[in-house]
Design a protein around this ligand. Sequence first.
Ligand code: XMP
Ligand code: MG
Length: 178
Amino acid sequence: MLGPGNGPVQIPEDAIRRRVAELGAAIAQDYQGRTPHLICVLNGAFIFMADLVRAIPLPLTLDFIAISSYGNAFKSSGEVELLKDLRLPIHGRDVIVVEDIVDTGLTLAYLLDYLEARKPASVRVAALLSKPQRRQVEVPIHYLGFEIEDAYVYGYGLDRAQFDRNLPFITSIRPEEE
Ligand code: XMP
Ligand code: MG
């Protein structure tokens, strides 16, 4: 696991590129002969989404949803606000949710309920990062980039007070900086 025991979380650009390529290949293998519909959870997943879809050599469609968990990034309340809804119907589709990070799992649990109510044929989850130590509810992650220790991470789409989303790598705030 990447994280504090071994210093701050640092995932270099080339390690992300290699892992995203592997996830894309796994998805392409699993969805052969089908047309997956990828749903990017804004804002944090936008770069992961852009790289992941280019690593999946299949016909696919995609859409975006924006949700915000009440509370702040350090403490998730489990209450979720829908900021931007889907444009396209998902009934009967093979949906893949693309998330930046699964922390307590509360946001993803809400989103999965929301999507299931629209009767897709299937739903799977691709998450770039997971902090298993922080989990409050069990959520399935079928395609996971990296498991990390409990540290606040940013870069590669994830923000630090809205900045640093454009960093091409992932790094973390050291405890003394918080
Ligand atoms: P939950 O706790 O509901 O959290 O799984 C989901 C959302 O919280 C945000 N989050 C982070 N954002 N660095 C970030 O930039 C982090 O270390 C971090 N941890 C949680 C994120 O939006 C995620 O979807
Ligand atoms: Mg997010």
